[in-house]
Design a protein around this ligand. Structure first.
Ligand code: ADP
Length: 450
């Protein structure tokens, strides 16, 4: 309004001045009124042409606003200035908004979960790369496609149709590799946010935890039931001296079984809960092998041919109790699964690439190929009754695997049914060092590179 009044006054003034000049000129010819009329008409026309030229200049600028608006005095100058100012502020707002949107989307892009935005017709507006990977989508090509045309799982389609999004839906599962948890959250005016999370690993460890608890309960319940049975027998039946001795011996066997199980469970819990083995605590290989030899002799009681050969001038960085437990478990298995008269051989050596290998070979019952990948699972047994008869808990090899992995190494198993097995522990070169052993060296065994 501020510029309009002066502009009107300005136009009126110009017409007035034109009229006055016209009247003055008309006076000379004795026609002042006609002169005034013509003068003001001429002034008004010139002013109107001048204004339309300015307006044209302004319209030209409006067509391409990249440059500055025409800087004129008067109404058009003010219109230009005000238009340019609000245009620039609008542009700044748009740039700011775009920046925020980009930052927001890149924030969602960084999410470990899948995020998809659906419009009111359930068409994909945008999705992050995790979501695209979860549902095998092509982010550019699949934009504006109806989501149920691309995610065709009947469970998902039913979920979208039911429009009840209080609880998540699970896609995949048995038979498929991946299990997804999908949750839809409505927002805005009929739009939807579709969140997806890969729960394959979570489900697997949950199932493993359930199995583990069930297995532990079963393992403990069995000797407990036997013990309870014997206690009841002793309380109700009068046993002879010999029977009494026999029952007590059986009870002590069951108690021993529970003790061994609890001890193994504690070792596993410790392995899972304790920090990784120190890289600068050195454990002599010779000492480990000698201890395993003493244990083997006690366990075998002369029923097997035992042989211990290998490198003693070597130390492994790690925890002695863990390494000892791994080797002793392997040796104990070799003896327990090798019938009387068979042989058990322990070899240790350093490969050309610096890797230390500890091999326990037996001529025992051997293992069918199909079982080998599962041997290190907790409570996995090829022959349950033989394992239990010989005092096994089904946890030995999982302890071994844990220990070796914590020391950066690996466990390899080679076995043939009826012929025997080789269990090999390999520790990486960076965890190995040579020492000059003063005494007690074992005969050296050459271990060929695999
Ligand atoms: P367990 O306490 O039952 O011996 P492990 O975890 O030590 O449990 O071993 C798992 C299974 O692997 C055993 O039950 C047995 O069937 C098989 N196994 C382990 N070592 C040997 C071996 N040296 N010879 C044959 N079978 C073996």
């Amino acid at each position: 309004m501020s510029g309009v009044l002066p502009a009107i006054l300005n136009s009126v003034l110009i017409c007035l001045v034109g009229g006055l000049v016209g009247a003055a000129l008309g006076e000379a010819r004795d026609m002042p009124s006609l002169g005034a009329l013509l003068g003001s008409l001429l002034a008004c026309t010139t002013h109107a042409i001048w204004q339309s030229l300015r307006a044209q200049k302004f319209v030209r600028w409006l067509r391409d606003t990249s440059g500055p608006a025409p800087r004129n005095a008067g109404l058009w100058g003010e219109v230009g200035y005000l238009t340019e100012r609000s245009l620039r502020s609008l542009e700044r707002g748009i740039v700011q908004e775009r920046l925020q949107r980009t930052q927001f989307l890149s924030g969602i892009e960084a999410s470990p979960n899948g995020v998809m935005l659906l419009d009111v017709h359930d068409q994909i507006e945008w999705c992050n790369s995790v979501s695209a990977q979860h549902f095998s989508l092509q982010r550019d090509n699949d934009r504006l496609q109806t989501v149920t045309n691309l995610i065709r799982s009947p469970v998902f389609v039913a979920y979208m149709q039911a429009q009840e999004f209080d609880a998540p839906v699970y896609l995949g599962g048995p038979g498929t590799r991946q299990k997804l948890m999908v949750l839809v959250r409505p927002y805005g005016d009929g739009k939807k946010l579709l969140l997806s999370q890969d729960v394959t690993e979570r489900d697997r460890s949950e199932a493993m935890r359930r199995d583990f608890v069930a297995n532990v309960s079963h393992e403990i319940r069995t000797p407990l039931t036997v013990l309870a049975g014997f206690i009841e027998t002793m309380a109700t039946v009068k046993l002879s001296e010999a029977e009494n001795c026999r029952v007590i011996e059986l009870m002590s066997q069951q108690a021993q079984r529970m003790q061994t199980l609890v001890a193994d469970l504690l070792i596993l819990a410790q392995l899972e809960g304790s920090p990784p083995p120190s890289p600068d605590r050195w454990v002599g290989l010779g000492g480990l092998v000698r201890q395993a030899e003493a244990d083997a002799q006690a366990l075998s009681g002369g029923r097997h041919r035992l042989s211990f050969k290998g490198e003693t001038d070597v130390e492994i960085a790690g925890t002695e109790s863990e390494l000892q437990s791994a080797l002793t478990n392997l040796v104990s298995n070799a003896i327990r699964y090798t019938p009387e008269g068979g042989s058990v051989e322990v070899r240790s050596g350093v490969r050309a690439d610096g890797v230390v290998e500890l091999e326990v070979q037996d001529t025992g019952v051997g293992i069918e190929k199909g079982h080998i990948p599962r041997l290190t699972e907790r409570f996995y047994r090829v022959d349950g009754s033989r394992s239990r008869e010989t005092g096994g808990t089904g946890l030995g090899l999982s302890i071994v695997k844990h220990v070796v992995q914590r020391h950066g190494g690996e466990l390899q198993i080679v076995s043939e049914l009826g012929k025997g097995s080789i269990f090999k522990l390999a520790f990486p070169a960076h965890r190995v060092r040579y020492v000059r052993a003063a005494s007690a060296s074992l005969p050296t065994a050459a271990i060929a590179p695999p």
